[in-house]
Ligand binder design. Structure first.
Ligand code: SF4
Ligand code: SF4
Length: 206
């Protein structure tokens, strides 16, 4: 989703070929997501208490930083956000948000430029310029209201779910009315699922 200057390497090398990743890699990514889901479920089930008592883990997941006290001002809103997201997921909005990312998909640090391109009318290059539409639409508390930048850039949550790989489907672009990205004409608009053949070295992201 929102980036200041899109500074991380593009995913062009990583997804230049059809996705191929080894079974151990896919099992590791799947396990990482299942552990995360379990942890978030635990936090929701305990009405936020579990997340509060495990603050360092919570902020590592969402901010990439164990120092929970540095993120308290926004992290305290994560609990309400989790319930809000859960409600939207149950309603089936936006394909289920994070649940729409396959369990065995690799973490992603940028959009797949082989499938997605900037719109002709977009004036800010790789940057999101003044737009915060996608992060604001879901009222993500990780968005810094002062700088209008993501405070969780490149965190586990950012890489493993929708933010780092956004957009990966036309439906996501439509949902957020994103003015920056469009799917390439030859793309079916469906999310690719990794295969099981051996990966190229440059495809290994984590
Ligand atoms: S974590 Fe929140 S603020 Fe950051 S890119 Fe994702 S939706 Fe936007
Ligand atoms: S809606 Fe599009 S242009 Fe706006 S912040 Fe999100 S990704 Fe950037």
């Amino acid at each position: 989703m929102r980036t200041a200057d899109d500074p991380l390497p593009r995913r062009s090398r990583a997804q230049a070929a059809p996705l191929r990743h080894s079974l151990p890699q896919q099992l590791r990514w799947s396990a990482n997501r299942l552990i995360f889901y379990t942890y978030i479920g635990f936090s929701i089930f305990t009405v936020g208490l579990g997340g509060f008592l495990t603050g360092p883990l919570m902020t590592w997941y969402f901010y990439g930083d164990w120092r929970f006290w540095r993120h308290w001002s926004s992290a305290k809103h994560l609990f309400a956000h989790a319930y809000r997201m859960l409600w939207w997921v149950l309603q089936g909005k936006n394909g289920g948000f994070m649940l729409n990312v396959p369990l065995n998909a690799p973490p992603s640090t940028s959009v797949d430029r082989n499938r997605v391109q900037l719109t002709d009318s977009w004036e800010f290059g790789g940057s999101c310029g003044p737009c915060t539409r996608c992060c604001s639409k879901i009222r993500c508390p990780i968005l810094d209201p002062a700088t209008q930048l993501c405070r969780g850039y490149n965190s586990f949550f950012w890489r493993y779910f929708n933010c780092g790989r956004y957009p990966s489907e036309q439906s996501e672009i439509d949902y957020y009315l994103c003015p920056k990205w469009e799917m390439k004409d030859d793309d079916a608009g469906t999310r690719r699922t990794p295969g099981l053949t051996a990966p190229e070295p440059e495809e290994v992201l984590a």
